[in-house]
Write a protein that binds this ligand. Structure first.
Ligand code: NAP
Length: 297
């Protein structure tokens, strides 16, 4: 292909700009929070639980608190020592479940290894599970019933819908099967009538699956594991990974050369990441609207 032809193709690949969309959604959320305050005199509150002193987790919790502030919500920061037991953490979650001022609960993952994280996630009331981490929420979402979806895949679905990406009948390949990302992503794409394949670390010949995908989601946590030359012409490429590098960062999918084959792709950073926190905040506002008897969007 000539350089000119390549440039023309590159220019035609749609950039799925999560940063811009998240900003736009925040404006709408600010209005909804104002409306709630006016009608009920109450401010939506997200309780964030941080156990231990992992600096990355502390940064994520801070970012979530800042996002709450930007839309006029409050966050209640619960910080617990590393030595907290499973029972103590479950008791704290019960306390937040029972607090009518708290509309959403986020337990920052990962918790220290001695804690039964799954048992603690399950302790969160369905109505306050705005991070979409409970089995009940996952099951309901999978069955097409009302529940908050896990934030990263839910944010990806929002991004794809915003850009009118056609999903029905498409072949989707999700690389990764974690409970917070790969599995719910696959169920959401299935519910949107994609034909879905889930790949994982035991999958044989990953490239062969990726090569036939119309929609590919990288949710692996391995820098640039998925190569640009595996991507089918015209595919939609979604990259949930972020790995800092000296020149900024890379995702789970090789970006270089991708713009020449993909019809649309998420940039790294600025694609999936901003949509995750945005979804958490949006779902908390919805929980607050529901608790107040207002029509949630
Ligand atoms: P995770 O829990 O570590 O799961 C990784 C998944 O990838 C596992 O299912 C694993 O398979 C699979 N995998 C690992 N190596 C593989 C290989 N060589 N070939 C095929 N599959 C492989 O990670 P996660 O929490 O889902 O996160 C995945 C990525 O998304 C990470 O880059 C993470 O930073 C990113 N992330 C981003 C956001 C955001 O807000 N943007 C949020 C969450 C996660 P097995 O199941 O067989 O082990």
């Amino acid at each position: 292909m000539s350089t000119t032809a390549q440039a023309a193709k590159s220019a035609s690949a749609l950039v799925l700009d999560g940063k811009a969309l998240a900003k736009k959604i925040e404006e709408d959320l600010s209005n909804r929070v104002d409306n709630l305050k006016q009608k009920t005199g109450r401010t939506p509150i997200l309780a964030t639980i941080l156990v231990g002193d992992d600096p990355a987790s502390a940064t994520y919790v801070r970012m979530k608190g800042n996002a709450c502030k930007r839309v006029g919500m409050d966050s209640m920061k619960v910080e617990l020592p590393s030595a907290t037991t499973t029972e103590e953490l479950k008791a704290k979650i019960d306390e937040l479940n029972a607090n009518p001022d708290v509309h959403g609960i986020l337990l920052q993952h990962p918790v220290p290894g001695h804690i039964d994280e799954r048992a603690c996630f399950e302790q969160i009331d369905l109505d306050k599970d705005v991070d979409g981490v409970t089995c009940l929420g996952f099951g309901r979402m999978s069955m097409g019933e009302s529940a908050f979806g896990s934030c990263t895949p839910q944010g990806i679905m929002h991004l794809l819908n915003h850009y009118d990406i056609e999903l029905a009948g498409k072949e989707a390949v999700v690389v990764g099967r974690s409970p917070i990302l790969g599995k719910p992503m696959a169920m959401m794409l299935l519910n949107a009538n994609c034909t879905v394949t889930i790949c994982h670390s035991k999958s044989q010949d990953l490239a062969s699956f990726v090569k036939r995908a119309d929609i590919i989601v990288g949710a692996v946590g391995v820098p640039e594991l998925i190569r640009a030359d595996w991507i089918k012409q015209g595919a939609v490429v979604v990259d949930a990974g972020f790995h800092p590098t000296e020149s900024g960062g890379v995702g789970d999918i090789e970006l270089k050369g991708l713009e020449n084959v993909a019809s649309a792709f998420t940039p790294v950073p600025g694609g999936v990441g901003p949509m995750t926190i945005n979804t958490l905040i949006r779902q908390t506002v919805e929980a607050a609207e529901k608790a107040a008897g207002l029509n949630a969007k």
